[in-house]
Design a protein around this ligand. Structure first.
Ligand SMILES: [Zn+2]
Ligand SMILES: [Zn+2]
Length: 160
């Protein structure tokens, strides 16, 4: 089943172009990122992969993530002071961080406004990398904030 998966095949080709082999461990780490796209930290990936490969170590997971990142299969997402997270979405996008619960959500750029065309760049500045981060409250937390203004105990009853 794994070999028949076109995404896995493409990933194996990408990684070999980068000069690496798609090992069982790298595959499991990559699969874990694809399975649940919630931008996990290395530790979270480790805990998910450990179910399938009980012998794998955290250091190996770090190495796998680094290789996948180096080959361009995975993107690192970092926010000040927080652990680096990993994202397998290679389409151009930014990230919305929830300040309350830490959820990270992919945010698409509006069509026609890709890149940095809509920024007023100082003269002779050349952009080599473009990342954007939005912060605030995710749908779950913003709902909770609105309700807490009404009644703290009611909001507790409403939340899951
Ligand atoms: Zn939240
Ligand atoms: Zn992402």
């Amino acid at each position: 089943m794994r070999n028949g998966n076109p995404q896995s095949r493409a990933a194996a080709e990408t990684i070999s172009r980068g000069g690496f082999r798609m090992t069982k461990q790298r595959q499991e780490v990559y699969d874990a990122l694809l399975r649940k796209r919630d931008h996990p930290t290395a530790m979270e990936v480790f805990l998910r992969v450990k179910d399938r490969l009980p012998a794998i170590s955290l250091a190996t997971v770090y190495n796998c993530l680094e290789t996948l990142t180096r080959c361009g299969l995975v993107r690192q997402v970092s926010l000040d002071r927080a652990a680096v997270r990993y994202c397998p979405n290679l389409h151009r996008h930014g990230h919305f961080f929830c300040d309350s619960c830490g959820t990270v959500i992919d945010v698409e750029e509006p069509a026609g406004e890709e890149g940095t065309a809509h920024y007023r760049l100082p003269e002779r500045c050349v952009v080599t990398q473009h990342e954007f981060t939005l912060r605030g409250l995710c749908p779950r937390c913003s709902g909770g904030a609105a309700r807490s203004r009404v009644s703290a105990s009611a909001s507790r009853a409403f939340s899951t």
